[in-house]
Design a protein around this ligand. Structure first.
Ligand code: FUC
Length: 815
């Protein structure tokens, strides 16, 4: 028979409906097709896959286009698509600055100088903290629940997230009807697309919307275990502000308002539009869409809020969702899908990584469960590609930056508000961006820093009477910059300065004069704040910040508040250094300012080694008597990683002291803190230690079945920090050199990393076997000189006229 649309060829059929072992048993005529399907469809090494639907939220699979996201559950009889829109935070524009702060600040400083930590903390608590004391939490955009009528079974069930196409697929058979679903979040069309297909029968669907409920974080579940995403969600009653209405043929329009929080009223409107397109009878019945007798149905889902900026909430979300769904309707499904895949692959395919030979043919959750008992180096490679996928999906030019959960959040009241914790977590989200060849994904962070330079200027002036701008340890959609939560967490003035590192890194990895001009005022303002607020240490050890904390650790006096924690001195040293470098590159626009920075930078209190041989976390040698010896934060190791101030080449004594500190802190911690330890040991050149820590991160205690990082609960920074650490084991870029295989563990004797980036705008392909470098290929600016290090050997390479160079063999062994 000649193939037609309704009777596709066997090959085309298999491409659309690849057959897993279970289905082959149910359909003996198709046995033997599995290998074909594998070769054509499921790229095991770039897929997460499962043989059962998602139960808990951390089993569902994320899709996202930077701004708009969904968790796909792959449930046969009732599909659940849980929606997120990255501007749907609680509250509205607000001013958190505390008018009492300015008068109290010098008193807090004096109390610290007098060693009166208790009174300093009490005064900071009553007079310095933001009003309200907490910031606005991120929310969720509700669920689409799609009932599939008449299902009696789901044989040969398989669901997959293909990282190469960014499509979540669900396949199963019910009797003779073979079901296929595909879900993706299209960046070019700005809609989520959920496609249902049935072969050998038809589909009857009922589609409804469920408003988001409160996440029960922090409460005990009925079995007494703290809630950690495994227990599902309690539903609140439907808010009176929510409306669900027909909106033209085949469409539902949902309109709602964001929540109030901490006394700040909800100022945002949001809208979700669901448009069904297909070959069956499509109708709106009350608050639901009905599809009868279709063989294919495509749901086009758009969501938007009225957020325009942190001071403007007058956008029109209804117009936006109508326009996007209408435009997407104008494209056939195949076009929508092809445009999505092309857009995704343009970024995703820039880097490939192979660790070990054969991929492990086991479901992803089983691979995670087997970490530590079965060799599976490919899982670390998958972790890297998954993090790249997650970064592309949660942070794209024009979107909000990736928050504590990236983009994905089940309901209101998420852990830590799922906002931006900028004393490590938001920065860690961007650690892999440059090396992983996704530099443009940092653009949302640049815009956030531009906002913070405005709100943070008010905080700097009203709280400190300082010029420039400051942000403390958290921010939210409204760019609040004042200290929150309490002095032990919030009284830390370096959050904004640390964010500037992501911007400076972006410049160093992709040097560009226009970008440098854009970040110059941000660097200048961040530095100016410290010019105005650094004070002389009472003990004459140099310039310090005060009041501050070493995030979020208490020192031996039982308080966190102090003067001059090591991390602040390191961050300010970096910030002044970047600003001075930018100043030179821009033709020295302000010589007096640069001279001031040079002077103050030289006078910053230096890092110190304490009595235990450790790197001191504070100016005083308090470390050995701090109450939490294994505290998750290792703030004073900022200087080792992500910074390079302390390193094995130039400051070996301080690097040795950092090792002592890391030994005391221990290898196992929360997800992000485990990832940081991994990156630190990699930077210190210890591949075995880094690998042992990595196994802890990849195992089921720190990785959920969907490969989301477990703090616990879910926090996405561990995915990103862990990925930065893995890349750091293979290629490092600091101190004017590119280090090849600086921390390669015995467990990865062979592999390849292609498309990794280094400082100076260089891209590399690195191949190794038997634990030794085989070849390195370089791409960059024609004529550029690149210094490579392999083992003890240094090689200077000049890129040719096409900007290329290639070296074969193990540089370390060359005569
Ligand atoms: C900091 C960390 C916590 C958590 C929170 C979001 O406060 O100390 O572990 O990651 O941010």
């Amino acid at each position: 028979m000649k193939p037609t649309a309704s009777h596709p060829s066997r090959r085309a059929f298999l491409r659309r409906f690849p057959v897993s072992a279970g289905l082959a048993l149910a359909f003996p005529g198709l046995a033997g097709a599995t290998a074909v399907a594998r070769a054509q469809g499921d790229r095991e090494d770039l897929s997460l896959w499962y043989d059962k639907p998602a139960g808990a939220w951390v089993e569902a699979l994320p899709v996202g286009n930077g701004r708009l996201g969904a968790m796909v559950f792959g449930r046969a009889a009732q599909e659940r698509l849980q929606l997120n829109e990255d501007m749907l935070f609680a509250g509205g524009p607000y001013d958190p600055n505390n008018p009492a702060a300015m008068a109290a600040l010098p008193k807090v400083r004096a109390l610290l100088d007098a060693g009166n930590y208790a009174e300093a903390t009490a005064l900071a608590s009553s007079a310095l903290m933001a009003r309200p004391i907490k910031q606005m939490p991120y929310g969720a955009a509700g669920d689409l629940l799609i009932d599939v009528d008449g299902l009696s079974g789901a044989a040969g069930y398989r669901r997959t997230l293909d990282l190469d196409t960014a499509i979540a697929t669900t396949r199963f058979a019910n009797g003779r009807v073979r079901h296929l679903r595909e879900a993706f979040a299209s960046a070019p069309d700005d809609v989520i697309v959920l496609r249902f297909e049935a072969a050998g029968g038809t589909l009857d669907l009922g589609i409804g919307y469920r408003h988001p409920g409160r996440v029960k974080y922090g409460e005990k579940t009925p079995n007494g275990v703290p809630w950690d995403h495994r227990e599902g969600l309690a539903l609140d009653t439907r808010p009176a502000t929510l409306s669900i209405k027909p909106d033209g043929a085949g469409a539902l329009l949902i309109e709602g308002r964001n929540e109030a929080a901490e006394g700040i009223p909800g100022a945002l409107r949001y809208a979700v539009r669901v448009l069904a397109v297909g070959d069956g009878a499509i109708a709106v019945e009350g608050e639901r869409l009905r599809v009868r007798g279709g063989t294919n149905v495509t749901l086009l889902v758009a969501a938007a809020t009225s957020y325009v900026s942190f001071v403007d909430v007058d956008g029109d979300p209804v117009a936006a969702v109508r326009a996007r769904t209408a435009a997407a309707r104008g494209k056939p499904y195949a076009r929508l899908k092809a445009d999505h895949v092309r857009g995704h692959q343009a970024l995703f395919r820039r880097l490939s990584i192979r660790l070990g030979a054969a991929p492990v043919a086991r479901a992803t959750d089983a691979r995670i469960a087997a970490v530590g008992t079965a060799e599976d180096p490919g899982l670390a490679a998958l972790y890297v590609q998954y993090a790249r996928y997650l970064l592309m999906s949660s942070s794209r030019p024009g979107s909000q930056p990736a928050n504590l959960q990236g983009l994905w959040n089940e309901g209101t009241n998420p852990p830590w508000g799922s906002k931006y914790t900028i004393n490590i977590n938001t920065q860690m989200n961007y650690w892999p961006a440059e090396a992983a060849n996704l530099g443009e994904c940092t653009e949302p962070l640049l815009r956030m820093v531009e906002d913070l330079a405005r709100t943070g200027a008010a905080t700097a002036w009203r709280m400190y009477r300082a010029r420039g701008w400051v942000a403390h340890h958290n921010t939210d959609l409204w760019r609040a910059a004042a200290p929150i939560d309490g002095p032990n967490w919030g009284m830390w003035p370096c959050g904004g300065a640390w964010l500037c590192k992501t911007l400076w890194d972006h410049y160093e990895y992709a040097p560009d004069a226009a970008f440098l001009r854009r970040i110059w005022p941000l660097l200048q303002g961040a530095a100016l704040f410290f010019v105005d607020t650094l004070v002389d240490d009472q003990g004459g050890r140099g310039l310090v910040t005060s009041p501050s904390i070493s995030p979020e650790n208490q020192h031996s006096k039982g308080f966190a508040l102090c003067a001059g924690p090591a991390m602040d001195r390191q961050i300010v040293r970096d910030l002044f250094g970047w600003t001075i470098a930018a100043h030179k590159l821009l033709g020295e626009p302000d010589a007096a300012f640069a001279a001031t920075l040079e002077d103050k930078r030289a006078r910053l209190a230096p890092d110190r080694v304490g009595a235990q041989g450790q790197l001191q976390e504070w100016l005083e040698d308090w470390d050995a008597r701090a109450p939490e010896q294994r505290h998750r934060h290792v703030s004073h190791l900022y200087g080792v990683y992500p910074s390079e101030q302390i390193n094995v080449r130039d400051t070996p004594a301080l690097a040795a002291a950092a090792r002592v500190t890391l030994d005391t802190r221990g290898d196992k911690s929360t997800g992000w803190a485990t990832a940081w330890r991994l990156a630190l040991w990699a930077r210190l050149g210890d591949g075995e230690r880094a690998h042992a820590i990595l196994l802890g991160l990849l195992g089921p205690e720190r990785t959920y079945p969907n490969m989301f990082d477990a703090h616990p609960p879910f926090q996405i920074d561990g995915n990103f920090g862990g990925t930065a650490g893995i890349l750091e084991m293979i290629v490092q870029s600091w101190g004017g050199e590119i280090r090849l295989l600086p921390a390669l563990p015995r467990a990865w004797p062979e592999g390849a990393l292609n498309g990794v980036r280094a400082r100076g705008g260089v891209e590399l392909d690195v191949t190794w076997a038997d634990g030794r470098l085989r070849a390195v290929a370089l791409r960059g600016r024609p004529g550029a000189s690149v210094r490579l290090r392999s083992g003890a050997r240094l090689v200077d390479v000049v890129l040719d006229g096409a900007g290329r160079a290639r070296l074969d063999g193990d540089l370390a062994r060359r005569a």
